[in-house]
Design a binder for this molecule. Structure first.
Ligand code: AMP
Length: 143
C-alpha cells in the first residue's frame, strides 16, 4: 500500500499557515480544523516548517500565556521529514517511529500534495487486519 493510495481516499488537502503567524493563530486553527499539526509554508507555497500541538504545549509550559504571542518562526520545526506519494505506508510508519512524530507531509517534487497522520496509518492497518481475518475465516470454512 502506498501513500498515493491513502491520499486518493482521504484527499490531498493540507491545512497550512504562514511562518509570521503567532502561536495563538496556530492554536486557533488547529482547534477549528480539529487536527494536530500545521504545515508552515513560505513564498511560493514552499514547505518551511511544521508546527504541532506538542510545540504549543512546550512553549506554553516554558513561557506561560506570553508564549501565545510568539511567532511560528521561533517555534516550528524547520527540518521537516517528508515522503513522496510513491512511498509505502510501512516506510512512513518507520519515519514516524524513528523521528517520534505523528505527521508526515507528502511532497511531489517541491509541491505539497497531502499529509499522512498516524491516525491514517492506524485506520489503514485496522482495515488490512479485518480483511485478513475475513479471508482466513473464509479459507477455514471452505477448506
Ligand atoms: P507530532 O507528534 O506530529 O505532534 O510532532 C512532535 C514533534 O515533532 C513536534 O515538535 C513537531 O514540530 C515535530 N514534527 C512533526 N512532524 C514532523 C515531521 N514530519 N518532520 C519533522 N518534525 C516533525
Amino acid at each position: 500500500m502506498t501513500v498515493k493510495r491513502i491520499l486518493s481516499e482521504k484527499g490531498g488537502n493540507v491545512v497550512t499557515i504562514s511562518p509570521t503567524a503567532s502561536l495563538a493563530d496556530a492554536a486557533k486553527l488547529l482547534a477549528e480544523r480539529r487536527i494536530g499539526a500545521l504545515v508552515v509554508t513560505g513564498a511560493g507555497d514552499r514547505v518551511v516548517g511544521i508546527v504541532s500541538e506538542r510545540d504549543i504545549v512546550r512553549i506554553l509550559a516554558s513561557r506561560g500565556a506570553a508564549g501565545l504571542g510568539v511567532s511560528l518562526t521561533d517555534v516550528m520545526t524547520r527540518k521537516v521529514v517528508t515522503c513522496e506519494p510513491s512511498a509505502t505506508v510501512s516506510a512512513v510508519m518507520e519515519q514516524m517511529t524513528a523521528g517520534k512524530f505523528r505527521h508526515v507531509p507528502v511532497l511531489d517534487g517541491e509541491k505539497l500534495t497531502g499529509i499522512i497522520s498516524i491516525g491514517d496509518v492506524v485506520k489503514l492497518r485496522l482495515h488490512e487486519m479485518e480483511r485478513e481475518q475475513i479471508a482466513l475465516r473464509d479459507y477455514i470454512q471452505t477448506a
